[in-house]
Ligand binder design. Structure first.
Ligand code: TYD
Length: 211
């Protein structure tokens, strides 16, 4: 594989979706073939799973945490097999808004599924693929939640969980980053979009010359 796999993570409202899009555009402008994708999503199956777990209220309001973890993992397996690995093998860069660390933070830490079990599930789903770089866009929970309140579509997490849930997600992400400092970079997402973009470019720039 010659491409690079970059994931952008963060709690709801951190701005990682925008940051991922801007990063992919910036890479393309630098002549780097880049695939922008997201989870849940990235394939037709992933998009269907996204609807089930996030927006189809009858299903997602009553999901058992293990069933939930398996649905995200199924979408991830398909995403790796059909989109991410083939792109990396062609030499493209892949920028994904969310990946396995989301499951470790949400289904693992925030819902309380055992961390080792969650890791084994991720390894199974991804066939062992791990990001080369993970950008954790970190924001205080109140700032993130204030941003998500401006959205229209019903979202299971944002419309049903309390601030304490998102505090657990944020703390889990920061712990994951501290445990793997060589893979993670923590980006301050509390400022402007431009400030976040700049911080991300500073981290990614050296990887371009190292290609
Ligand atoms: P999304 O609309 O992508 O929100 P955001 O733009 O804030 O990322 O919704 C993704 C939601 O799905 C988010 O609340 C986190 C959750 N999620 C998990 O719980 N586990 C996972 O493995 C993934 C990929 C997402």
């Amino acid at each position: 594989m010659s491409g690079r796999f970059v994931t952008v993570e963060g709690p709801d409202g951190s701005g990682k979706t925008t940051a991922a899009r801007h990063l992919a555009g910036w890479l393309e402008a630098r002549g780097v073939a880049t695939v922008l994708t997201r989870e849940p999503g990235g394939t037709p199956l992933g998009d269907e799973i996204r609807r089930l777990v996030l927006h189809l209220r009858d299903v997602s309001d009553d999901l058992d945490p293990r069933a939930d973890a398996l649905l995200f993992a199924a979408g991830r397996a398909q995403h790796v097999a059909r989109l991410i690995r083939p792109a990396l093998e062609r030499g493209a860069w892949v920028v994904s808004a969310r990946f396995s660390d989301s499951s470790l933070a949400y289904q693992g830490a925030a819902y309380g599924i055992d961390a080792d079990e969650m890791r084994r599930l991720q390894a199974f789903a991804t066939g062992g693929l791990e990001p080369d770089l993970t950008l954790l866009v970190d924001v205080p929970v109140e700032i993130g939640l204030a941003r998500t309140r401006r959205r229209d579509e019903w979202n299971r997490f944002e419309d049903t969980e309390e601030a304490a849930f998102f505090e657990r997600v944020r703390a889990a992400y920061l712990e994951l980053a501290a445990a793997e400092p060589e893979r993670f970079r923590v980006i301050d997402g509390s400022g402007s979009v431009a400030a976040t973009d700049t911080a991300i470019r500073q981290v990614v720039e050296p990887l371009l010359t190292a290609r």
